[in-house]
Design a protein around this ligand. Structure first.
Ligand SMILES: [Zn+2]
Length: 130
């Protein structure tokens, strides 16, 4: 599936170019629709009980544009990097800032307020969750 190809490319970039003494390993899968109640909910990242990290995508990710997929992936990967470093206490804007630092491309928000590397607004709109 395209989403996992794109994710794999970006995880490789992180492990090759960004991390020095650490390594990002993820368990990623498509979750159940009921985990994503809002229309703009496409993905979330969480740390499992054993410390491993997961990025879970909504079933609707399959219909997303590639630019939206990459924006979502990079935002979630930044959350994963914070969690990898034990920094649970970070904001949504922190995730966007780190994603831009790692990948050199700003995270923007499209007409549905979803992350994208295509056209949209940056920084993150103020009315969205912090
Ligand atoms: Zn987020």
């Amino acid at each position: 599936m395209r989403i996992f190809e794109l994710l794999t490319d970006d995880v490789e970039t992180i492990n090759r170019d960004w991390l020095e003494d650490n390594r990002l390993v993820l368990i990623s899968y498509i979750g159940e629709q009921q985990e994503f109640p809002m229309r703009r909910d496409f993905a979330y990242t969480h740390q499992n009980d054993d410390g491993s990290l997961s990025i879970v995508f909504s079933p609707q990710i399959k219909e997303a544009s590639e630019e939206r997929m990459v924006g979502l992936i990079r935002h979630e990967l930044a959350h994963a990097l914070f969690l990898l470093e034990g920094e649970e206490d970070h904001s949504e804007q922190d995730a966007d800032d780190l994603a831009e630092e790692v990948f050199g491309t700003p995270i923007r928000y499209d007409r549905m307020n979803v992350q994208t590397i295509g056209s949209g607004v940056t920084p993150r709109p103020k009315h969205l969750p912090k």
